[in-house]
Write a new protein. Structure first.
Lengths: 221, 226
């Protein structure tokens, strides 16, 4: 069960090992609801692993990680009902159209799957003209826009964005920034993992810098 | 509709829509099945009596070889869409994934069998029509047993490096009771069940199906974990 009063994300002594390699080596941080946190660091510093642990896609090796008061290992389903993860390449099926991909996501999350509502979502991210085209014809930027529409549909309380600005043109970057601002104004917590510091910190209330699986700096931009 | 069935049906619809658009799975299966039947026919030669005697076994071997193609595709579409773990990231009971994929495999295999049995009948000169009812029952039980264990092992091996090799290595031993039951029952049906052994084979198939279904549903959430 998720909580309304708990920190949106709380991580204590979190470790994650892949074979012999430690991706996270004792990460501690917490953030209150309705905040934007930028996770910064070079490639391979543990940002993606941290997001995947919080999204319940990876089990921690040690320590604890909670999202809205629910433990990632003990209550993954409660977390899955309140979070959305945007991966660099998105989660879309090439042979389905944009709107069909949203219909699928709506059915999986028990959200309304009416065509008009879904077209409205696609319109909000600039994909109205491509709504009925197969996703295999989409560019990487269009796939990211489709991901934004999917997250709008899910309406999560915690949004986990993994490299959301890469492969986007200027308009695409502004769209992601607008969405981040909108999610926060609606009370959602947003964690952005990116190596693009200026973009990741534009809306950030806090920045957390990782190096070799550890937090080396926390700051308010 | 329960949450589990709603999500399973969403996965089924998505997979069937993908298959309708690409037709890759069904066309690969049909071509391979035709090839296997022709090879058996050529290997055994024009001895129609022998072909008739072996028909049950040959048909089930063709179904299992061909069905293995569809199994490996079932989770491949998920990998192309970012990985099965992203599908797992949706809330709800993960068994919906198994049920949705199982239903998709059943649909494809049923289409295959609707075409395979008449083709085998012509090639092996066996008349299946007088035995249609019992054959449908055995085909349904055999296909279900194959699909449940196949879908399960396909999910288990989806991240393995040598999954094309690993899937048959795990799958075929687990299928032995299904193959024995399906071939035995089909043979008995075609011979007119002179020794009254059909019921025993059907019982074996049905019991193994129930056991497989329960065990696979029970374990499936664990194999989706990292």
């Amino acid at each position: 069960m998720v909580s309304d009063v708990a920190p949106a994300v709380r991580v204590e002594g979190l470790t994650k090992r892949f074979g012999r390699r430690w991706a996270l080596r004792g990460v501690d941080f917490q953030t209150p609801p309705s905040t934007v946190v930028a996770l910064l660091g070079a490639n391979g510093t543990g940002k993606t692993t941290l997001l995947r642990v919080l999204a319940t896609l990876l089990r921690p090796t040690g320590g604890t990680a909670e999202v809205l008061g629910a433990d990632v290992a003990r209550s993954p389903d409660a977390i899955r009902r309140s979070t959305a993860l945007m991966t660099p390449l998105g989660h879309a099926y090439d042979e389905l159209t944009g709107v069909e991909n949203l219909v699928f996501a709506a059915r999986m999350c028990d959200r309304p799957a009416g065509r008009d509502g879904l077209l409205e979502l696609l319109g909000a991210v600039g994909l109205e003209a491509s709504a009925d085209l197969p996703v295999r014809s989409y560019s990487t930027g269009m796939r990211k826009r489709l991901e934004l529409a999917r997250i709008r549909l899910i309406a999560p309380r915690v949004v986990l964005l993994d490299e959301p600005f890469t492969s986007l043109d200027g308009a695409g970057v502004e769209l992601v920034q607008d969405e981040i601002g909108r999610w926060r104004s609606e009370g959602a917590t947003v964690l952005i993992a990116s190596h693009l510091v200026s973009e990741a910190t534009r809306h950030a209330d806090r920045t957390v810098r990782l190096r070799e699986g550890k937090i080396v700096e926390e700051a308010r931009p | 509709m329960s949450d589990l069935l709603r999500r399973a049906s969403a996965i089924l619809r998505k997979d069937l829509l993908t298959e309708l658009r690409t037709r890759q799975g069904i066309s690969a299966m049909l071509s391979f099945a035709a090839l296997v039947l022709f090879l058996f026919s050529f290997a055994i030669g024009p001895n129609t009596a022998l072909l008739g005697q072996l028909a049950g076994g040959l048909i089930w071997v063709a179904i299992i070889f061909t069905g293995t193609l569809s199994l490996s595709r079932a989770f491949q579409t998920e990998e192309l869409a970012g990985g099965i773990r992203l599908l797992r990231a949706y809330p709800g009971d993960p068994r919906a994934i198994l049920l949705g994929k199982l239903a998709g495999n059943l649909v494809l295999l049923s289409i295959l069998e609707i075409l395979l049995f008449p083709a085998a009948g012509i090639l092996f000169q066996v008349d299946f029509l007088p035995h249609l009812g019992p054959l449908l029952l055995v085909a349904a039980l055999g296909t279900f047993g194959f699909s449940i264990v196949g879908t399960f092992f396909s999910a288990l091996t989806v991240h393995a490096r040598a999954r094309e090799l690993l899937l048959p290595l795990l799958l075929f031993p687990a299928l032995i009771p299904v193959v024995l039951g399906a071939v035995g029952a089909t043979d008995e049906i075609l011979k007119g069940d002179p020794l009254g052994r059909l019921a025993g084979w059907v019982q074996l198939l049905a019991s193994y199906d129930v056991i497989l279904f329960v065990v696979c549903l029970w374990i499936f959430p664990v194999i989706l974990e990292e």
